[in-house]
Design a binder for this molecule. Sequence first.
Ligand code: SF4
Length: 562
Amino acid sequence: ALAGEAPRRDRLIEYLHRLQDAHGALHAGHLAALAEALQLARAEVFEVATFYHHFDFVAEGGAAPPALTVRVCDSLGCAMAGGAELAAALATRLGAGVRVQRVPCVGRCDSAPVAVVGQRPVLHADVDTVAAVVASGEREEALPAAIRFDAYRAAGGYALWEAVRSGARDPASIVAALDEAGLRGLGGAGFPAARKWRTVAAQPAPRHMAVNIDEGEPGTFKDRHYLSTDPHRFIEGMLIAARVVGIAAIWIYIRDEYPALRRLLAEELERVRAEWPELPPIELRRGAGAYVCGEESAMIESIEGKRGMPRLRPPYVAEVGLFGRPTLEHNLETLWWVRDIVDMSAERGADGFASHGRHGRKGLRSFSVSGRVARPGVVVTDAGITLRELIDEHCGGMLPGHELYGYFPGGASGGILPARLADVPLDFDTLAPYGCFIGSAAIVVFSQHDQARLLAENAMAFFAHESCGQCTPCRVGTAKAAQLMQAPAWDAGLLTELGRTMMDASICGLGQAAPNPMQSVLRFFPHEVGGARAGAAGGASPTAPDACAAPPAPHADDTRSA
Ligand code: SF4
């Protein structure tokens, strides 16, 4: 597992990955050996190995899992496209020699339903296509046709980085450009990027940087899109940020569901290192299937080789972050925009960026659009565009036979809006009056053939599965709410009180936002929860002739609930 390197406690998750990749699962002996090598208590290694969904720990005397696992997504977009039914049919077709698991979002919502055979995604999957991939022996995804280093360079790429590196561009002018453009954190929190850079730069050295490519919010796939098409634009933004803020070392945390992108990034970072050997150390870290690690302090814990449990704040990570040092943390997309904003040309540059926007909003946004639209995908367009404009102008309208009934404006955690609110500008802060937020701009559109309540149940089951378990309002609240939401008629008073407690008393955004879809249903779709409940796996409702999106079953890999 150590591959000849000096043991490092912070690389524990990497070592666990190596062991599992080599042996198919983690056994007690593996954990004991790792504990000894790292001089840790066995309990510390055990708690990490059993925290992350992608690790299979086999207790002494337990049966190892089959050699092949097929993961079938059952989050919002895939659930609407029949993910649960696909998983059930695959379990029958593939037999006992293959493990079929229903898993949360795999970041390919524009191609729903999605199954992953080993590490090979099957898009728009059906039983036959998945069975064919299983039979073919293909287990890996090919590298995407991204713009590689030489092509990027030949097209003028890294010119801005060179200008910053040589001192031709003054760091203060770069931060001012971010301010002028109004660039905000695009992972979901929306914190002004310039303010974050200034805050971290004012802290004592050494300062660290952590890049978040853990996009696990159901409905979100923009980071995958950018990385698989133009990775150097992101890397250039990252290098500019590191130079301006005075960063000593960089960690990039990428979700385990993107193995091809991890390989691509590793190759391209090597190429960049060969060009500029003096760069600070850059370490690529592989997640292990924990949505909560998208939360900035949980990601930092995970990079340090621990369970991904969010920290109490203050202190904020900008002051005390990775390994106790001030840390600049950014989502991939935020850094992706830096190059064009720092560019001084008219159409690019801060003015160019800020010249976009509608309905009083400023800038450009990347929307991940999925669900019942004709052309799902990543749409880059004006901040403040409305859902109706987005669907009509960029997504080819609704799917034939589907009429807009409602939508998630910000993934599973951002709440749900009804069709009558399809003309609200989509941006940070515009959705607060409706109890919603845009987050990472993951738009999941549903129609009269769906039920908001089943989608909200799906979201709550997801949060219950992904809660890190650290605080009671979230750990118990999500599970309790998921259970209460199964009743034909919801107890509105009890659910509202429960939701308020979770919002007020949870430590991090997961528990605070988990009640949003449930509360949206109570507010905007009360007719669905007043009595009769349609069948969980596609039964009819008065408004939903072939309703879908059943809540996910308890996930088979959840070893933390015990
Ligand atoms: Fe963990 Fe949930 Fe508490 Fe966040 S709110 S720290 S995910 S238990």
